[in-house]
Design a binder for this molecule. Structure first.
Ligand code: IPE
Ligand code: IPE
Ligand code: MG
Length: 260
């Protein structure tokens, strides 16, 4: 995937895919659970919000690296349906942070031809954020670069229930025969409709769980867990995750490895 030449000072120069990686066997779609912002900040005696701010910078650089190295889609878990249970001031700060970042970064996203989409129950977000999301989605919808999906107020179980409800409503109206429901028609009801399933899931901060992320879509993803906290994730840790991925045998239930 080609990237435009940097046209303003806030764009760093294109970085090339590290020589240790086989560019022909990169994952098409990488999903990431960006965890450990709070612990990163606390370990430095800083408020948790500073960890989230640092995390945003890392998400921006990870997006650029993925785009530069030839990955076609990046899906990042930014806020789960369960994260509302955090203290109100942390939730409010996160919503304000999302608003500020979106306002500030939209121009760069447009220049870099990123197609951004927000996956989740967007109706549950503050109105200002919803408006910014609508604007960013619309303005980048036709872009030809990396697909950047930001999961915001996202829960895998809620996504599945929503898909089931939508199909059930169509069946109740007589527009859909229950026998016609198959894996393809089901996945078209998910927030990720049209996106290939992730090949690789990266989780930072050493937690071995998926925390209600992409429950359907991760069915055959390779999983890479790294101990580093998300604000410390960088080109080297991304390369390690991709090397780990390229060393895997993906069998999809069969006996022979299927080379990516
Ligand atoms: C991930 O970092 C970001 C969000 C869930 C919004 P955390 O905030 O979960 O950081 P830890 O896990 O408490 O360190
Ligand atoms: C997962 O991290 C959600 C996001 C990264 C947005 P959490 O920190 O919320 O997950 P748990 O609570 O450790 O499972
Ligand atoms: Mg966490």
């Amino acid at each position: 995937m080609s990237r435009p030449t940097a046209t303003s000072t806030n764009l760093s120069p294109t970085s090339v895919c590290p020589a240790e990686l086989d560019p022909a066997r990169l994952p098409v779609h990488v999903a990431v659970i960006m965890d450990g912002n709070g612990r990163w900040a606390e370990s430095r005696g800083l408020p948790r919000l500073m960890g989230h701010r640092a995390g945003v910078e890392v998400l921006k650089s990870t997006l650029r690296l993925c785009s530069d190295w030839g990955i076609e889609a990046l899906t990042a878990y930014a806020f789960s349906t369960e994260n509302w249970s955090r203290p109100g001031d942390e939730v409010n700060s996160l919503m304000t942070l999302f608003e500020r970042v979106l306002q500030k970064e939209l121009r760069s996203l447009e220049q870099e031809k990123v197609r951004i989409r927000f996956l989740g129950d967007l109706d549950g977000l503050p109105e200002k954020l919803q408006n910014l999301i609508d604007d960013a989605t619309e303005r980048t919808a036709d872009n030809s670069g990396i697909h950047f999906n930001v999961c915001t107020n996202y829960g895998g179980r809620r996504e599945l229930v929503r898909a089931a409800q939508s199909l059930a409503q169509r069946a109740a109206k007589g527009d859909l025969s229950p026998e016609a429901i198959d894996e393809n028609s089901f996945s078209r009801e998910l927030f990720t409709a049209g996106e290939q399933d992730p090949d690789l899931l990266i989780r930072t901060s050493g937690e071995y769980r998926i925390s209600n992320f992409l429950l359907w879509q991760l069915a055959y993803a390779e999983i890479h867990v790294t101990d580093v906290f998300w604000p410390d994730f960088n080109a080297n840790t991304l390369k390690q995750a991709l090397l780990d991925y390229q060393g895997r045998n993906r069998r999809f239930g069969g006996l022979d490895p299927i080379t990516p």
